[in-house]
Design a protein around this ligand. Structure first.
Ligand code: GRF
Length: 187
């Protein structure tokens, strides 16, 4: 059984979707979720879904080997960032080459980089009058949103769309594709 470890900072609806998807599959399981926010809703989801979850602070993440050692002990086949907002430090990147992936709620290289997350992405897409947006699943390197692209999927942006409706369309793409892309990477 392959081991997936998820890092998430917020609501965790993608984390829940991935956990649920792999509960039905013999291929892999989400063995743990790690969060940098102790009030993150993803931690409540893990309670309900009976998945081990851990909180860590910025010192553990960036100024020590605490998180990298915790990750190593979990022996993940894939580390999945699902709405995780901190930049991954080089000690973690180096410990897990080609084993860390992220999902970004836009068509990179557009609308990526520091500060481009959550509603800000969808607001920028709307303000620029884009006619399409989508999702990008990519490997993680030391720079925000710049690792090699694994998968993209598009959706139309209609004139009647607002940032909330764009976010909803993008979330639907994420729920549909993210678990399947993870599955393909693990086969
Ligand atoms: C998603 O839109 C994802 O693309 C982005 O952060 C959001 C997380 O949403 N990186 P949720 O916490 O999974 O609901």
């Amino acid at each position: 059984m392959k081991q997936i470890v998820i890092l998430a900072s917020g609501s965790g609806s993608n984390a829940e979707n991935i956990i649920t998807y792999f509960k039905e599959k013999p291929l892999a399981t989400v063995s743990a979720v790690l969060s940098n926010k102790h009030t993150a809703k993803v931690l409540d989801r893990c309670d309900r879904l009976e998945v081990p979850a851990f909180y860590f602070n910025k010192i553990a993440f960036t100024k020590s080997d605490a998180v990298v050692e915790a990750l190593k002990s979990l022996q993940p086949d894939l580390i999945v960032l699902a709405g995780f907002l901190w930049k991954i430090p080089s000690n973690i990147i180096e410990a897990f080459p080609n084993k860390i992936i992220n999902i970004h709620p836009a068509l990179l290289p557009k609308y990526g980089g520091k500060g481009m997350y959550g509603a800000k992405v969808h607001q920028a897409v709307k303000e620029n009058g884009e006619t399409e947006t989508g999702i990008t699943i990519h490997y993680v390197n030391e720079h925000y949103d710049e690792g090699a692209i694994i998968f993209q999927s598009k959706t139309a942006v209609e004139p009647s769309d607002n940032p909330d409706s764009i976010a909803e369309k993008v979330h639907q793409l994420e729920y549909e594709h993210f678990p399947k892309v993870i599955e393909k990477l693990l086969i």
